[in-house]
Design a binder for this molecule. Structure first.
Ligand code: MN
Length: 242
């Protein structure tokens, strides 16, 4: 049995979600063989040398999981794309590329964070090109921790202003995936199932590709409830718990 989660947006001092995460790792994850974390596990990540009580607890949970010979896989989100080798090594996890086909519940599944499917949000796609460039990241990591905290705080404030406008209109198609991009990506990768997060619009969608019927599973974000996808013997199920 495999489990997938995304969009916990964990941060120090956050209410509820850390408890849900620890509950998940103690009571739900141990039944699984593999756990996939499809991005935005943390609200922000400014380098593996930035350690908080919460981040250390999260790493300890993952380490306990992988010590049982279970597979732990990560895909970078748009907020925690600086999760690096030190973090992975301490968790016993493996980083997957932005587009990754994995065998889940005995079937091939395309895994993504999902932000690259939101091609109608031109501002964001331009911003992403800028911050995901190796040179920008190398420069950013050269700053002291204090400087990085200040930069990240400023970027969060800007992004929150923008999100407040857009989340007030959940029907705003610019903030969702571009359906044409979904079809293009799935057909070019020759898959019939895609699982991603990012949009916080938990749902299982059916769609038709040139090559036959397909499924797009959108993971939910965590808040009042935790959310995960449970995959077992060809069955994919979205589950919430509190
Ligand atoms: Mn995201």
């Amino acid at each position: 049995m495999d489990l997938l989660i995304s969009d916990l947006h964990l941060y120090e001092g956050q209410k509820n979600v850390p408890h849900l995460f620890f509950h998940f790792m103690e009571n739900i994850a141990p039944e699984s063989d593999n756990l996939y974390v499809l991005g935005d596990l943390f609200e922000y990540w400014i380098g593996d040398d930035f350690k908080t009580e919460l981040s250390e607890q999260v790493i300890a949970c993952f380490k306990q999981y992988t010590a049982q010979n279970k597979g732990l896989f990560f895909i970078h989100g748009n907020r925690d794309f600086l999760l690096g080798d030190d973090f992975l090594q301490r968790c016993g996890g493996v980083l997957l590329p932005e587009l990754s086909i994995q065998k889940i519940a005995e079937t091939p599944v395309l895994l993504m964070h999902g932000d690259s499917l939101c091609t109608l949000d031109i501002d964001y796609q331009n911003f992403k090109k800028w911050i995901r460039a190796p040179q920008w990241q190398a420069e950013f990591l050269k700053h002291t921790l204090e400087q990085r905290i200040a930069i990240a705080q400023k970027m969060r404030e800007q992004s929150q202003n923008k999100q407040q406008q857009s989340y007030q209109q959940m029907d705003n198609p610019i903030m969702d995936v571009n359906p044409e991009e979904v079809i293009t990506v799935m057909e070019s990768q020759a898959v019939h199932r895609l699982i991603h997060g990012h949009t916080h619009r938990q749902k299982i969608h059916s769609l038709d590709l040139k090559t036959g019927p397909a499924q797009r599973i959108v993971l939910g974000d965590w808040g009042k409830t935790g959310s995960y996808c449970r995959c077992h013997e060809g069955q994919f199920e979205l589950i919430n718990f509190s």
